[in-house]
Each structure stands twice: as C-alpha cells, then as structure tokens.
Design a binder for this molecule. Sequence first.
Ligand code: UDP
Length: 319
Amino acid sequence: MKILVTGGAGFIGSHLSEALLEKGEEVWVIDDLSTGKLENLEKIVKHPRFHLVVDTIMNEKVMEELIEKVDQIYHLAAAVGVRLIMDRPIETIETNVRGTEIVLKIANLYKRKVLLASTSEIYGNHVEHTLSEDDNRILGSVRKRRWAYASSKTVDEFLALAYHLEKKLPVVIARIFNTVGPRQTGQYGMVIPNFVQAALLGKPIQVYGDGKQSRSFNHVKDTISALIGLMNEPAAEGDVFNVGNGEEITIADLAEKIKKMTGSPSPIEFVPYEEAYGYGFEDMQRRTPNISKIRSLIGYTPSRHLEETLQSVIDYFKQ
Ligand code: UDP
C-alpha cells in the first residue's frame, strides 16, 4: 500500500513511518521541519520505499500531488506541546484548523482514507473519572490560551466526522493521550524528556504546580500499533477512539521515580505555573483514558508498563 504521513518527521510520525516501512508499505512523509527533525528519519531516509517532502501541509498543490498517489493518510502534522501552544498561539490555531481543512478537502476529492490524530487535550479539565470517548468536554475561559489547542483539535474532529457523514469519506479519529519514548524532545514542554534530562545532568527536576496532577503515559510503539490497527479496521470508520495507557501517576511521583531510576542527585523543585508558563495557563488535573472501546474493537492493549517506558527514555538520553 501507498501511505502518506503528514508530520512524519516528528516524534510519533517518525516511529510510525518506520513501522509502516517494516510492514512493507511505501511511505511518503510531508513535514515542514518546524518541530519535526531530519535526524528523526535517520534510520529510514535512504530506504527505497521512503520519500520525504519538506514542505507545509498548507501547500495545497503539493498536498494534492501526494494525496492523489496514496491509499491512506495518517494526518499527524499539528502544533504540539504545551510550551509551543502557549508561546505561539496564532501558529497553533492556523496549523491545526487550516491544515486539517486542506487534508480533508483533498482526501475527499480522491476518496482517500484518513486517520486524524487528535488529542486527549480536547476532554479539558476532568478530575473524577477516566475519560471515555463520549464524555463532555470541560474547557476553561478563552482568556486561558492553553485551551486554544483543545478547541482547534475539536474543530478538526467535527470536520472529519462531517466529511464522513456528508461525503462518505472514510475517516477515523484517534485521541492520543500522553505518548513518550526515544526521540521525544523536551523543547516544547513535555514532562518526561525534561525530567530525565534534568536528572541525568544533576540539575533541578522542576515540578510545575503542586505535583498532585496526574497523567498516564504510553510508549510510542504502543501508540503506533493502535494507530495502524484503527486505520485498517473498517468498523472504526466514522468513529473516535482513545489511544493511551490506563496506568496513572502523579507528576510529583513521576519526578521521584525518575530521580530514583537514574540514581540522580538532582533536587526536586516545585515551580508555580505562572512562573513556568506565564499568564494564560491552566493545567489539567487528571488525564487517564478508558481504553475499553479500542480494546473491544481491535483487541488493543498497551504492552509496556511505565517503568519500561521510562527506561527507554533514560537509555536514549544517556546515548
Ligand atoms: N510538567 C512539569 N514539569 C515540566 C514539564 C511539565 O511539572 O518540566 C507538568 C505539566 O504542568 C503537566 C504535566 O507535567 O501537569 C504533563 O505535562 P506535559 O506538557 O508533558 O503534557 P500535558 O500537560 O499536555 O499532559
């Protein structure tokens, strides 16, 4: 099969492209290298079934040339990372909304199947229970610009479902929860690469807020097997699925765990949110997926526990 991965030079996109090549597919990547990196593609750039186009998904002419020749599109290109979203809100909204409009419009011209990479961010600030696909969204004020990301990705989801309903476009939406693993950079705020790098360098591990907020982290390889499974399951079309791992940990405990696993002398510091992100930030207290829907449809269960995932990140940064 011929497959297009938008944002394929990013952390998740590069692992996905590798996995698709291993399955024998022919892969095209389009990436503007804004947050993606060529070095992420080091292992595959010379592969005979791999093609890289360095351009933006906003370039409709290039997108049409690519989409016409493929069978499936994994649409991963997006503004990612809380740090980037806080610092560059216009770019976040425009890339996420206009970029997806272009992908869906052209995919519909050629009736190509699209997997839209969405985010657990769209659930907003729930605390009570694990998150299921049909839960309400609880988003803060428009003046808290963090929520621009959730709102832009929500528009993407609505648009994808609208194309499915009105135009019979085959689409599937994957709501990806915190994903980690080798190659993820801490540059855009992600907690695990930041904690691991600080621990290895003996610098303070900075926990934002009181550290009682929790997350659940999935290894990138487990995320990818879910994406490929969803894309190739006809019964998933026109529907939304959580992709994540149910194992939950508070950020303060995560800091302790990483300190211990690395044998680091780093102190753990608590930093107020305003100091970390400036005005306009609001954190999510909890974000754990209910993964029963994807499990019952494609038999998906993450195969790695947090400790193994953390070890893979520690090994990566040690190199
Ligand atoms: N966080 C932290 N220190 C950091 C980076 C992040 O304490 O250096 C916290 C952040 O405030 C959030 C959690 O870790 O509560 C996860 O942050 P991340 O940006 O990785 O993901 P998201 O908030 O999108 O789940």
